[in-house]
Design a protein around this ligand. Sequence first.
Ligand code: IFM
Length: 439
Amino acid sequence: MTEPRLALSRADFPPAFLFGAATSAYQIEGHGTGGAGVCEWDTFAATPGNVARAEDGRVACDHYHRFAGDLDLCAGAGFDAYRFSTSWARVMPEGRGAVNAAGLDFYDRLVDAACERGLKPFLTLYHWELPAALADLGGWRNRDIAGWFGDFATVVGRRIGDRVHAAAPINEPWCIAWLSHFIGQHAPGLRDIRATARAMHHVGLAHGTAIAALRGLGMGNLGAVINLEYPLPADDSPAAAAAAARYDAIYNRFFLSGMLAGRYPDAVLAGLGPHLPERWQDDFATIAAPLDWVGLNYYTCKRIAAADGPWPNCAERPGPLPKTDIGWEIYPDGLFDFLTRIWREHTGDLPLYVTENGIATAGIDDRARIAYLDAHLDAARRAIAAGVPLRGYFVWSLLDNYEWSLGYDKRFGIVEVDFDSQTRRPKASWRALRAALAG
Ligand code: IFM
């Protein structure tokens, strides 16, 4: 059988365009080893009903011990960059105060190993493993988290900031705030509008505080990584159009607008305004600290209908397009539209990156992934042709890994992981990428 190939290749992109693979700490490292402190996801997973099969990140891909081989696979596919995150609870087991030297040493070795293989390290400081000791103090609901996070940023930046190519404080603010405090699907599993409003604001405040801390260390190339979901009205009614616009404001515009323009959209203030902390407007001087780039994580669209009940009066409906193993519709045009819209409305000349894009699909002969990557790379290529200063694209993910509340059976990797034996096997998509990125 002939090997499936991507239609696009490196030659279809500008010469300096970076191709990378992305991962995150808790999803691959094995949180039970190396002196990491208990984090919110450990206790969330240990609570019945929160995570499929109650699976957690204690072992995951055992990347903590196998990172060298994993980076060989990343470099072997021809990638230019590796996007990874540092675990707050591994570096500071209590979230504040004492540093776990073994944890910092691990990230030091990891960054060196990436550089040795010619991979530019893209650091994300926080990808969701909040130390449980900070969750005890209210976690993202507590304004003090901005200062605690700034201290964590300083500890990490001091140690590896000299070698990372780019850094962003926080991965996917929407997931940390809305998905985790309003929908309750991620740790800490709350469903409360006041908690949500505070988390939405404090995530931005922590982001800006960390940017200031990293700049204070002399680091440059600092950005933000925002996740986006393309809202399509579920029907032709004006009510559905209005609901989709509200969804867009909450999901896609709140953080971009806060971090880049120093204001929140009125459509979100209509619901969250009464629950925001006092004098929240004063914090924009910190939240909207100048950035060097913006990263967009994109996967899917959502069909949004109007709903009864309290704000935001939005309900999701099933859509007709082909779906991934998670049930997400495949909608590459959403990536093109977002890139062009965000460039025009929010970021202007700032370099953009697609910092995550990928598909959950089973099996090692993952032609569905190759088709998905092709279609989204084509959307990226079209956006560049339209003038968008897109500088790179990262596949999510290098390895099959812990997909949060869905556990281990949703497969996002271009490399298969057997979680019993910890064997790695490159999939057809890994080989297709290697062929496309060669030369
Ligand atoms: O696995 C996640 C990742 O942690 C954040 N972005 C989306 C991915 C797929 O759901």
